[in-house]
Design a protein around this ligand. Sequence first.
Ligand code: DNO
Length: 387
Amino acid sequence: MMDETMRWFGPGDPVSLRDIRQAGCAGVVTALHQVPVGETWTKEDILERKALIENEGMTWTVVESLPVSEDIKRRADNYQLHIASYRQSLYNLGACGIRVVTYNFMPVLDWLRTNTGYLLPDGSKALYFERLAFVAFDLFLLARPGAEADYSEPEIAAARSWFESRTPQQRQQLFDDALLGLPGSDGRFTPEEVLGALDTYRGIDSVQLKANLRYFLQQVVPAAEEAGLVLAIHPDDPPYPILGLPRIVSTEQDLEEIVTGVPSASNGLCFCTGSLGARADNDLVGIVQRLGSHIHFLHLRNTKGDGEGNFFEADHLGGDADMFAIVHEIFRVMKARAVSLPMRPDHGHQMLDDLGKKTYPGYSCIGRLKGLAELRGLQYAVSRFVE
Ligand code: DNO
């Protein structure tokens, strides 16, 4: 069976470890969000977090994320210092018994949605990416210099009328949702901060960013090997360039280049069906078939797109991804490798009692519990007949 886990944002998370335990999880996915990016995670801090989890009868199965600093991604300023810290954090995590570390290499912003409270017909709420809202955000709220060049004339006109039909509150909501801080922090970016950060990527195209990722991996993969743990890179979300920034972990080819570029059992992938699945040209089942030996962590969720760049987060077994076929293929991989891969139900709808609670967008308890229960049923069924 897959190893069922849930993400926990630490002691400040309104979802408690007890909740996660009651959802039936044996494992927890968490990070030391309080440590500034670029600094070392000490053994003391790691052990303290580990003890909290173990006291609730679970294990700390995966670190998500050990964040990669912007300096490292740009290979500038303090990148060497940050890489040294990263290596040390890996040694410390390994010494404390952690075996899987997830990270991403998305410049400036992690995942991005234009609406974190998209109302579904039954009154529950989902995360939504609306193309026109995003274009309007880029052109009229962020007012990114040169942004017009990224869109066609009809698209700009449509975004303008979309924007003009919004109330000031709706515009503010779009702004807040799109610039939501990185997961695990309450911080929100200001437009000036974002524009300033975007500016630091001037001259860094996808070729350069790929070279920077490769350099980073050459530096940290040997440390991961020595520490006895595996790295799992998370794909871009959404999986294409945004705000003029390159994104290089979006397609099967990107994933393949990453694992073959620095070959090592410790240089692996986090297979996120929701992120990769937002691109119709990503063959999710095929990716598991062809790259399954490199997958160390699974994020299972589903998106529903309309073919025009808009998508919302659907039920875990609904949406565009064939979750049955994916889970079936994952079971084949686990059997061939004789491993149990950690998985978490990624995101969930805000529903029932959670509608009145403030939780991290996508990370309310009940929606994830529902997703996990559905995925659990699916995996029980699949495990009976996988050959
Ligand atoms: C979104 C998450 C991502 C993921 C990071 C990994 O909900 O899946 O934020 O944690 O990209 O580094």
